[in-house]
Write a protein of this length. Structure first.
Ligand code: ATP
Ligand code: MG
Length: 426
């Protein structure tokens, strides 16, 4: 037999049995995000390498070792996007969207990182992200977090997520802190793992983000960036925490929260959960005012986040409820020559008369018994039966497929009214 071809490692199919929960989550995004004035933007999957080097930073995990890069036919080396923030800003600058002050955008789609695949960590994964440009104060940072809380509430996962916040201050404050941090880690060089030793010269703050349990104590005892924040950064941070308290959002200040990317300043936050093992960060974001100028724009302000769709979907309680909402209402069985064409017309008529109806018309022939099995397997709530007898008599059989319930016969002229009341109880 010819060998079957397999998918790329770490890249997954989202199967028909799972798409309803994805659509359910996406429907919540499409409802909540416009409620805060966000508009959707759709962006290319491939961007220039330079874009990510300049925005994410050359000494980050993503650019150093996670980018999925290929040579296109012109010989250019091009990466598949590892995240959406850089491309979104590139598009806005290129298209002049930032000229009119503030702008709120969101996007959703696949991202690519060459990481070691494991639960909650894939090489192609999906993010929903948003970006708010041109707004300086902490109130917009807070609004972004409020929006995420509303998403969690609507999805029924709020009780599983905890908010952690921190401030990374300004670049100058970070530089001063960096010296002290490097001196501290140098004094404990023997306790640093290999990754961290490498980062000591390139990106020492990232050591604080280490997931190696052997270094947890060392990291916990490290000097805190918080103590190096100036007046303006502190006041921004307190503006944020006051707004969170006003809104009744519980949060933990986590001074070790630094985020993997270079471009953050002031606010950083993560929504984390205990329920997904090591891959516990579902949503991560913060402020990155410097990025706009870094990509060639006029200095301005930016705050945003990205959430991992797979991790969010793994958190859902009873995800089957979304699947049920996508099951067919009706499966129309048609047996015998005289029933074929009337059944096709009947199906179209019902779709016309009952907007939103999910009806599967049997196709491919077969006995009554085999069609009934198909109807059962389709997860439809009710089978409609049109055989030669029904076609001749102008009736349709109706048989509930879930639970008990006898088959009844209804005149075709009364079918729509009958189904309308039946469907409200499905
Ligand atoms: P982590 O620390 O888990 O590697 P990160 O800091 O690299 O995350 P971000 O770049 O901030 O993650 O991406 C935002 C969110 O996207 C993460 O919080 C997570 O939910 C999701 N995410 C990131 N990388 C992956 C991946 N390889 N597979 C699945 N989801 C991911
Ligand atoms: Mg990562």
């Amino acid at each position: 037999m010819t060998e079957k071809i397999q998918a790329i490692r770490g890249m997954h199919d989202i199967l028909p049995g799972q798409t309803p929960r994805w659509q359910g989550v996406e429907a919540v995004f499409r409802r909540v995000l416009p409620g805060y004035g966000y508009q959707e933007i759709r962006l290319p999957i491939v961007e220039k390498t330079e874009l990510f080097k300049r925005s994410i930073g050359e000494v980050t995990d993503i650019v150093e070792k996670e980018m999925y890069t290929f040579d296109d036919r012109n010989g250019d080396s091009l990466p598949l996007r590892p995240e959406g923030t850089a491309g979104c800003l590139r598009a806005c600058l290129e298209q002049g969207l930032l000229q009119h002050g503030s702008l709120r955008l969101w996007y959703m789609g696949p991202m690519f990182r060459h990481e070691r695949p494991q639960k909650g960590r894939y090489r192609q994964f999906y993010q929903m992200g948003l970006e708010a440009y041109g707004m300086e104060g902490p109130d917009i940072d807070a609004e972004v977090i409020l929006l995420t809380r509303r998403l969690w509430r609507e999805l029924g996962v709020a009780h599983k997520l905890e908010l952690q916040v921190n401030s990374l201050g300004t670049i100058e404050e970070r530089l001063a802190y960096r010296g002290e941090l490097v001196a501290y880690f140098r004094a404990h060089l023997d306790r640093l793992d290999e990754d961290s030793r490498r980062r000591l010269d390139t990106n020492p703050l990232r050591i604080l983000d280490s997931k190696n349990p052997a270094m947890a104590q060392l990291v916990a005892d490290a000097p805190s960036l918080f103590d190096h924040l100036g007046e303006a950064s502190r006041s921004h941070f307190h503006g944020l925490t006051d707004a969170l308290s006003d809104a009744g959002i519980a949060y933990t200040v986590n001074p070790r929260l630094v985020r993997g990317l270079d471009y953050y300043c002031n606010t950083v936050f993560e929504w984390v959960t205990e329920e997904l093992g090591a891959q516990g960060t579902v949503c991560a974001g913060g402020r990155y005012d410097g990025l706009i100028a870094q990509l060639g724009g006029k200095a301005s302000h930016a705050v945003g986040f990205a959430l991992g769709m797979e991790r969010l979907i793994d958190l859902l309680d009873e995800p089957e409820r979304f699947d049920r909402a996508a099951h067919p209402h009706l499966y129309l069985i048609r047996v015998g020559d005289a029933a074929q064409r009337p059944a096709a017309l009947l199906a179209e008529r019902l779709r016309d008369e009952l907007p939103g109806l999910r009806l599967v018309l049997h196709s491919g022939g077969g006995s009554f018994k085999s069609q009934f099995k198909r109807a059962d397997r389709s997860d439809a709530a009710v089978a409609l039966i049109l055989g030669d007898d029904e076609a001749a008599a102008g009736t349709v059989g109706i048989k509930p497929l879930r639970g008990q319930g006898d088959q009844i016969s209804v005149p075709q002229t009364e079918l729509t009214g009958h189904l309308r009341s039946l469907l409200t109880s499905i």
